[in-house]
Design a protein around this ligand. Structure first.
Ligand SMILES: *Cc1c(COP(=O)(O)O)cnc(C)c1O
Length: 250
């Protein structure tokens, strides 16, 4: 090991100390409970630990502390990590998916959060032998750097999924712009909830069974999840709040 490698490893060890990871998880759980009490929507909030850039050892500490749902953002990075981890983890794919990568996640993840176009639906469907839950992604702040369709195109996107019977649309995912003050994103979270309600009403008229499946709102990240929960999030995706800062971002 070179000196640089040694230094990296030492800093990695303190950064991912098991006590710190367990403390962060407990703190997050408390904040989730607090935010749930402040809202009038019923129902639970599923916590997903977003693992990008973080090592398997750190993921395992949170697993052993009881967390079972983890998120992957990059196919290749995840492929190298997940075989080293317990096989009863519920993996969610939360990153941008390219159609040619669908084969690597098919039948290995329980939910794909980022479906926003036909080519992805098509290749995912072709590669999946089992039905898979998906969320349709809305581009809340209309940022070019983020995936998703404008909210007024969500009905059309839903319509397209009808060609792919093994894709079960369970709801919507959205990622508002980064804001220092999470209150500035409250209107985005509310808008996503309203978009889901509108979509459910539209689908209900023709297909009550499909409408019943539309229950999930994946919204809220480390800096704004409490506001997202207050506005009705059913799934939050946290990286930094659990694992600490990422050493490189991407
Ligand atoms: C990285 C990432 C997250 C987690 O971000 P944090 O701000 O670290 O909590 C959530 N969702 C997606 C899609 C991500 O890529």
């Amino acid at each position: 090991m070179t000196r640089i490698e040694l230094e990296l490893r030492v800093s990695d060890e303190s950064k991912y100390s098991p006590e710190l990871l367990r403390e962060r998880l407990a703190g997050v759980r408390e904040k989730i409970d607090g935010a749930k009490k402040r809202r009038d929507v019923e129902g639970d909030v599923a916590l997903i630990g977003v693992t990008k850039t973080h090592p398997p050892e750190a993921i395992r500490v949170l697993y052993e502390a009881g967390l079972r749902a983890f998120g992957a953002s990059y196919v290749q990075e995840w492929e190298a990590k997940y075989p080293q981890l317990p096989d009863d983890i519920d993996w969610h794919f939360v990153g941008r998916l390219q159609s040619n990568k669908a084969k690597y996640i098919a039948d290995r993840v329980i939910m794909v959060h980022s479906v926003d176009r036909k080519s992805v639906m098509k290749s995912l469907h072709r590669r999946c032998e089992e039905p898979v839950d998906i969320l349709l992604q809305v581009n809340l702040g209309m940022e070019a750097s983020k995936g998703g369709v404008p909210s007024d195109e969500i009905e059309a996107l839903m319509e397209r999924t009808l060609n792919y019977p093994r894709l079960r649309v369970r709801g919507l995912m959205g990622m508002p712009p980064y804001r220092d003050d999470p209150e500035d994103n409250r209107h985005h979270f509310r808008a996503l909830r309203e978009t889901l309600e509108r979509l459910r009403d539209t689908v209900e008229e023709r297909d009550p069974y499909r409408a019943k499946l539309l229950t999930e709102l994946s919204m809220g990240m480390s800096n704004d999840y409490e506001v997202a929960i207050e506005e009705g999030a059913t799934i939050i995706r946290l990286g930094t709040a659990l694992f600490g800062p990422r050493s490189y971002d991407g």
